[in-house]
Design a protein around this ligand. Structure first.
Ligand code: K1U
Ligand code: ZN
Length: 173
């Protein structure tokens, strides 16, 4: 089932999500819903707070080119356990901040530990777009958005645009 994606500004996007104690059927079903919502958007990642659920769960699949085999990943309690000194700048977007993009600099490689949908611990080092995306999604779990890396003026400008967009969306609902 497709879920609605919250649009910034929304207090739920600024909250800290709580750790998952046990990967229940309900949480597995939420992960499936989030993947469906992400592919439909379309996007390459999604965090549970973006669909209004304050649990430490993210999904991602950064194979976005035709011909590449999809790799849908659901990560419960993801944690960055190591980051490279080398950095990478990528023009980021966010499904909660539609049509706004900005350069963000982050560690180029990150090692992430998480629990998979069977409750088994996994660890992997990501690079390229996967590294950028997994860090962006983990930020959502502590209420941090990519615009929080921008200069205050640029952040305010984007926020004002989003307030206007939400007003228009409410009018046409
Ligand atoms: O968290 C989100 O809102 C998802 C976001 C993830 C992300 C994008 C770019 C850099 C870091 C993290 C998106 O998926 S925005 C949409 C997007 O980037 C995209 C959409 C279709 C094809 C390819 C990319
Ligand atoms: Zn986002």
């Amino acid at each position: 089932m497709k879920r609605s994606i919250l649009i910034h500004p929304d207090p739920r996007l600024k909250k800290v999500a709580k750790p998952v104690v046990d990967v229940s059927d309900a949480l597995r079903s939420l992960a499936d819903d989030m993947l469906e919502t992400m592919y439909d958007a379309p996007g390459i990642g999604l965090a549970a707070p973006q669909v209004g659920v304050l649990e430490r769960l993210i999904v991602l699949d950064c194979f976005k080119n035709e011909g590449e085999t999809p790799r849908p990943l659901a990560m419960f309690n993801p944690e960055v356990i190591a980051s490279s000194d080398e950095e990478n700048t990528y023009e980021e977007g966010c499904l909660s901040i539609p049509d706004q993009y900005a350069d963000v600099t982050r560690p180029a490689d990150v090692t992430v530990r998480w629990m998979d949908r069977n409750g088994a611990e996994q660890e992997e080092t990501f690079d390229g777009l996967w590294a950028t995306c997994v860090q962006h999604e983990i930020d959502h779990l502590v209420g941090k958005l990519f615009i929080d890396y921008l200069r205050p003026l640029k952040r305010q400008m984007i926020t004002r645009k989003m307030v206007k967009l939400k007003r228009e969306m409410a009018r046409t609902e």
